[in-house]
Design a binder for this molecule. Structure first.
Ligand SMILES: NC(=O)c1ccc[n+]([C@@H]2O[C@H](COP(=O)([O-])OP(=O)(O)OC[C@H]3O[C@@H](n4cnc5c(N)ncnc54)[C@H](OP(=O)(O)O)[C@@H]3O)[C@@H](O)[C@H]2O)c1
Length: 314
């Protein structure tokens, strides 16, 4: 997906304005990050009450290419912390994303600023999952994952057992599952009904609202935090909007939308059962844009339906 709704030039202008207002660190990971974070929407992880910024960073698409520009990817991670974000979602199956995230966190000295989520992602059995987890700790250069998730409900029973064991050893803080297909919604609900998990990760965006029916209500009922993947439909939402040169509707500016990225993210954040969204990007200026969705008010339910209809009518 190559459509961008914020160009590098616009980003530099935005950064300049923010720096002028004392909002950006001038070098490295300055202490302004924590001051700035207080402006941002945070939501609780229900099982503990811990608050996390409600937008983070995903690493599934282009992030894991070791032959590509490492500094660019490190720059996206640096921008996340500088802007007040903390959550990074990765997986041993996102090419070499874990190695890149691990190296970047190490070079930035930022492991303790990060809420680091990864996955057990094997088609094989319990031991394959354990072996994969061992490599993930090495690649991510850490002794603890903030969140370890069973990827796409593959081997849920045996891997949840392993992950719960790691939690008892202090090597995992939160336990979760992920999925992104509509036909897995019922299975995801069954896991929430039959296991004690802290997080569910699922698919929700303006083109696909299927989790509103059963998954989000079940998460609420069972006190499970919700992490949203593919918020931009893998970038597909930008084609008919930013890519077509479409202006942001005036009425969306009432709730702080000035880019298409914010339009799509604020729609999701407007659902109160969403804990955190993890938009994927390798670009620092898109991280700035995405974290920006955490400022200002959220759309009301009526405004959310208007947003949905606007996109449906394109
Ligand atoms: N089953 C699972 O567990 C599962 C499944 C799918 C995804 N995930 C997780 O969810 C994350 C998000 O999903 P995704 O990365 O597949 O898709 P996505 O977040 O819906 O879309 C990513 C695309 O949006 C573009 N983008 C990001 N921010 C933008 C902005 N502000 N303006 C314009 N374009 C922007 C990116 O381009 P640039 O890179 O060029 O900025 C990239 O092409 C993944 O990275 C992964 O961590 C998990």
């Amino acid at each position: 997906m190559n459509d961008k709704n914020l160009t590098r030039k616009e980003f530099l202008k935005l950064s300049g304005a923010a720096a002028g207002a004392g909002l950006l660190a001038t070098s490295g990971l300055g202490s302004v990050a924590s001051a700035q974070a207080s402006d941002l929407l945070h939501r609780p992880i229900h099982s503990t009450g811990e608050m996390i910024p409600a937008v983070g960073l995903g690493t599934a698409l282009d992030f894991g290419d070791l032959s590509a520009d490492f500094e660019k990817r490190k720059g996206a991670i640096e921008a996340l912390f500088r802007e007040g974000g903390t959550v990074i979602d990765t997986s041993p199956t996102y090419s070499d994303a874990e190695q890149i995230v691990g190296r970047a966190l190490d070079e930035l000295g930022a492991r303790d600023k990060c809420f680091l989520a990864t996955k057990t992602s094997v088609r094989g059995g319990k031991q394959e999952g354990i072996d994969q987890n061992t490599k993930s700790y090495q690649d991510l250069k850490t002794n603890t994952f903030d969140l370890l998730q069973v990827h796409n409900l593959r081997g849920t029973e045996e891997h949840l057992e392993t992950i719960n064991g790691l939690r008892e050893e202090g090597k995992v803080r939160y336990v979760g599952i992920t999925h992104f297909r509509d036909n897995q919604n019922d299975d995801a609900v069954a896991v929430m009904e039959n296991h004690k998990i802290d997080f569910i990760q699922c698919h929700y965006n303006l083109l696909n609202r299927s989790v509103e029916e059963r998954v989000l209500p079940a998460a609420r009922e069972h006190g499970v935090a919700v992490m949203i993947n593919v918020p931009f439909a893998r970038g597909g939402l930008f084609g008919p909007t930013a890519g077509a040169g479409l202006e942001i509707p005036e009425w969306a500016k009432d709730f702080g939308v000035d880019t298409w990225g914010k339009f799509f993210l604020k729609f999701i954040l407007g659902h109160e059962d969403v804990t955190v969204i993890i938009p994927g990007t390798i670009n620092d200026y898109h991280v700035v844009d995405n974290i920006g969705a955490l400022r200002g008010r959220l759309p009301t339910q009526a405004e959310r339906e208007r947003m949905f209809q606007f996109i449906a009518d394109l």
